[in-house]
Design a protein around this ligand. Structure first.
Ligand code: SF4
Length: 457
């Protein structure tokens, strides 16, 4: 067990998060400490950080990073940055200086690798060119459909394999919640910038149910789906039918998401998917024939038993299928997933392979004309790496950018939805969450409804 005494700090949280990048939780302890090192504290594997008594947290974190790196022999590429939004400090620096200065400053202040600093520069460059300003007075709307045909091994979302009667019962309440929230929005003059129906897999619902939901959203919020960015996730190819795609398109939906994660059949079986790579190809073909403007496709780097060649083959095919958005995720192994139950330390393995996959994706996507446009990190990702959304120029998703900025309210409806209220005067976000279990959502439906009032307090 390693013990790290952090001098002149009252809260060890940031140091603990940094140590987690290097060690499993049960191998270390970080201790907020004040004073001079006392001999008996500093036994074997005990270290005293910030002996000189600096008040600058970033400086102390740099010293700590160097120590952790010397002990373990690794240099994680995100340096001392442990938060989920690495672009946030980078954009602030860009606004004060320039993209070039930001790159050097991020390397100096947070010990970022050259490659991650230049990735942030590319993303900042895209956002500054294509997404000017945040209309904070507008809101986004998120609606959760917590059903999927099977549960993936890495899934930690509000997702359930449930019978058709449960879908119908859930939808009945959801439609009421949409009406109620829409009425409140009208009374408070809320204007929507984007709408996102996610989950789960929304296309687990039938064509008629999808139509009822989209029509209710249109009525309640007074919007024509074709007049704003409106995305429906059709993530699982085994839920896609021509009828559902035709319905979405007829109602004005122009963006969908088909999420293969891998094009290798063995991997699809290993992660608990009940479909083949051919189903993915068929889904893409149908979506293209139906005439959607943007198809997003998610791929995951680090899936069980995959090597860099498997990942490269999957990405090559997704590019050739013509997805306008491609999101490259690093596998995150969170509590509540089967992978985590089977091997709690899975996310600590294969960091080098996943790093190679991410480098490869950057080369291949850049060569094919895609630009990185948003980025986020999650806990328990292999190698503490990242997720990056790539798009053909101009085809980005504004919703994905807004959820990372934390500068706009997001109204969250349905089981598992977590909304946000943005307070511009204090530049602060409050979160308003619905429960994630769809049965409890129905049991406590009156409470879910009354929580909508909190968006307008
Ligand atoms: S498709 Fe997504 S939400 Fe559904 S089970 Fe798989 S990971 Fe979970």
């Amino acid at each position: 067990m390693y013990r790290f005494y952090i001098n002149k700090t009252e809260d060890d949280y940031h140091f603990m998060e940094l140590a987690r990048v290097f060690f499993p939780d049960d191998c270390f302890e970080t201790i907020a400490y004040s004073g001079k090192p006392v001999g008996h504290l500093l036994g074997e594997n005990s270290y005293f950080i910030n002996e000189k008594g600096s008040d600058d947290r970033e400086e102390i974190k740099r010293e700590f990073y160097e120590l952790l790196s010397a002990i373990t022999g690794i240099r994680p590429p995100w340096g001392t940055l442990t938060g989920v939004r690495p672009l946030k400090p980078a954009l602030e620096m860009c606004r004060e200086t320039s993209i070039g200065s930001m790159e050097s400053e991020m390397k100096e202040k947070y010990l970022l690798s050259t490659s991650k600093a230049s990735l942030l520069a590319d993303i900042a460059d895209y956002q500054l060119a294509y997404v000017s300003g945040v209309p904070w007075e507008k809101s986004s709307l998120y609606i959760g459909i917590p059903f999927c045909p099977t549960r993936c091994a890495y899934c930690s979302f509000a997702s359930n394999v449930a019978p058709a009667e449960d879908h119908a019962a859930y939808l009945e309440n959801l439609l009421k919640e949409v009406s109620y929230a829409g009425r409140l929005a009208g009374e408070n003059g809320t204007e929507l910038e984007s709408i996102y129906i996610g989950g789960g897999t929304p296309t687990t619902l039938s064509s008629a149910q999808l139509e009822a939901l989209i029509n209710r959203v249109s009525e309640a919020y007074g919007v024509d789906p074709s007049s704003l960015e409106f995305t429906v996730e059709a993530g699982r190819p085994d839920t896609i039918t021509k009828d559902k795609l035709d319905t979405l398109r007829r109602l004005g939906i122009r963006r969908i998401s088909i999420n293969p994660q891998s094009m290798k059949d063995k991997t699809l079986r290993l992660i608990g998917r009940d479909h083949s790579s051919d189903d993915i190809r068929k889904g893409f073909r149908l979506a293209r024939e139906t005439g959607f403007d943007v198809i997003n496709a998610d791929l995951i780097a680090g899936l069980p038993e995959e090597d860099a060649d498997d990942f490269e083959a999957s990405l090559k095919e997704i590019i050739s299928l013509g997805a306008e958005n491609i999101t490259i995720h690093t596998l995150s192994v969170k509590s509540g997933s089967r992978l985590k139950e089977n091997d709690p330390e899975y996310y600590r393995k294969n960091a080098d392979t996943v790093s190679r996959m991410l480098d490869l994706s950057r080369k291949m996507l850049s060569a094919a004309g895609y630009r990185p446009y948003y980025i986020y990190r999650q806990k328990h990702q292999i190698g503490a790496l990242e997720n990056v959304g790539w798009c053909l120029p101009g085809k980005h998703s504004i919703y994905n950018i807004r959820i990372m900025e934390d500068k706009q309210s997001i109204i969250g409806l349905g089981a598992g939805a977590v909304g946000k209220v943005y307070h511009p005067a204090e530049d602060r976000i409050d979160r308003i969450a619905n429960v994630s279990n769809y049965r409890i959502y129905s049991e406590r439906f009156d409470e879910m409804i009354s929580r909508k009032n909190e968006y307008y307090k």
